[in-house]
Each structure stands twice: as structure tokens, then as C-alpha cells.
Write a protein that binds this ligand. Structure first.
Ligand code: PLP
Length: 228
């Protein structure tokens, strides 16, 4: 199992390196966020041992059960929240995560700003955009994105440095990646978290700085996780 996860991780890293080179981008332009949701610490450890630095989880409770111990064992690793964040979990999220990729509404932005002040801990924030305008999906609607991003930066002074999207299933993701890049450019945001196991190479060609890859590293999940 250890060998398998480490081998898959090496393959994904090779694919990222190849896609990055093909796009004429710098070798360190893309960060791999290894999505470890639903996988226990015993499956995450081999990836940590192989030197993987950045991980993604989509549920605060699950991350809280798994990561304090792993972080103590492997200091300096970076944890991203990639799933919807309920306002009543903001305190735990600010304490645990280094990057919160799913900022998607004013009440959450305001609660995050307040909590960051209280804890004097300032995880980097990405704004999640619902590029496909899907009713069941989290994220700010494209029409509302500019005003919301501006409020995050100016009104709540959140450390927003990028955007995240999850394109609809079964469609060409390219227009969604393009739209995310256009919105980020309007606000001078440097980071684009886009691309998952099935489409990270396309995302890299279109400017992704963070790709969130779960299945291709850890294998199929035993139960579906919320958020995707
Ligand atoms: C689960 C998840 C991923 C990883 O998806 P895979 O297809 O397993 O690579 C990426 N982003 C988000 C937001 C997710 O919830």
C-alpha cells in the first residue's frame, strides 16, 4: 500500500512537471495539493514520507481528527481546506488550516476576518467561484464575484491571494478554467486552484498554480465525500 501510494504520487508529480514544461511555465509554478479526504492517517503517511508538502481536506471535523498528529510528526507541511465551511466551524478552521480555499459568502468572510483577528492567525484565503452556476454547488456566482472579492480585500481585509473552482461534471473544463483566470486577473490575484485527477493537465496549460489531486494518488474513495 505504501509503495503504491508513493508510486502514484511520483507519477502525478511527473505528469505535473511535464504539463508545466509543455506550457512553458517555470518548474515550480504549480503546487500539488494532495487531497487526502476520506483516507486515514495510515494512507496519508506514505505521501508525507515521500516528501509531499501540501494536502487538502474537505471537512473540518475529519481534518481535526487526522491532522494535528500528522502535523506534529511531519512539521512544516501545509493543509488546505477545499470543502464548504460552515460559519460555526470557523474557529477550528482558522486554528488548523494554512489555506482556506472555499471562501464563498459574506457571512463567512466576515466571520473569518473576526476569528483571524481573535487568534492572530491568518490563513491565506482563496475565493471559490461557482463557474458553472450550479445550484447545488458552493461558490460565488460569476456575476457576483468581482464585488465579493473586492469586499473580501477592502472591507474585511482578508488575505485573499487566489481563486478556486470545481467545474461541472461531464463538461469541457477549459472554459471554466479560463473564466477563473479572467476573474483573478481583474483583481491581481496570483493563485488559481483548479484541476483535479481527471483534468489537472488541462488546468496547468491554462494557468493553474494549485492542482487538487486525490484519486490519482490515493486511489478510489470508499465513500463519497461532500463537495464533489
Ligand atoms: C475531492 C476533491 C478533489 C479531488 O478530486 P479527485 O478527482 O479525487 O482528484 C479536488 N477538489 C475538491 C474541492 C474536492 O472536494
Amino acid at each position: 500500500m505504501t509503495d503504491e501510494i508513493q508510486q502514484h504520487l511520483a507519477e502525478v508529480r511527473d505528469q505535473i512537471a511535464a504539463a508545466t514544461a509543455k506550457a512553458g511555465r517555470a518548474a515550480d509554478a504549480v503546487t500539488l495539493v494532495a487531497v487526502s479526504k476520506t483516507h486515514g492517517a495510515e494512507r496519508v503517511r506514505p505521501a508525507l514520507q515521500a516528501g509531499q508538502c501540501v494536502f487538502g481536506e474537505n471537512r473540518v471535523q475529519e481534518a481535526k481528527a487526522k491532522w494535528p498528529e500528522l502535523k506534529a510528526e511531519f512539521p512544516g507541511r501545509e493543509l488546505h481546506l477545499i470543502g464548504p465551511l460552515q460559519t460555526n466551524k470557523v474557529r477550528e478552521a482558522v486554528a488548523l488550516f494554512d489555506v482556506i480555499e472555499s471562501v464563498d459568502r459574506p457571512s463567512l468572510a466576515e466571520a473569518l476576518a473576526k476569528e483571524m483577528g481573535k487568534q492572530n492567525r491568518h490563513p491565506v484565503c482563496f475565493v471559490q467561484i461557482n463557474t458553472g452556476t450550479e445550484p447545488q454547488k458552493a461558490g460565488v456566482l460569476p456575476d457576483e464575484a468581482d464585488a465579493f472579492i473586492e469586499d473580501c480585500l477592502e472591507r474585511w481585509k482578508l488575505p485573499v491571494t487566489g481563486l478556486m473552482c470545481i467545474p461541472p461534471v461531464g463538461v469541457d473544463p477549459a472554459p471554466h478554467f479560463k473564466l477563473l483566470g479572467e476573474i483573478a486577473a481583474r483583481h491581481g490575484l496570483a493563485h488559481l486552484s483548479m484541476g483535479m485527477s481527471d483534468d489537472f493537465e488541462i488546468a496547468i496549460a491554462m494557468g493553474a498554480t494549485h492542482v487538487r489531486v486525490g484519486t490519482a494518488i490515493f486511489g478510489k474513495r470508499d465513500y463519497p465525500a461532500s463537495g464533489h
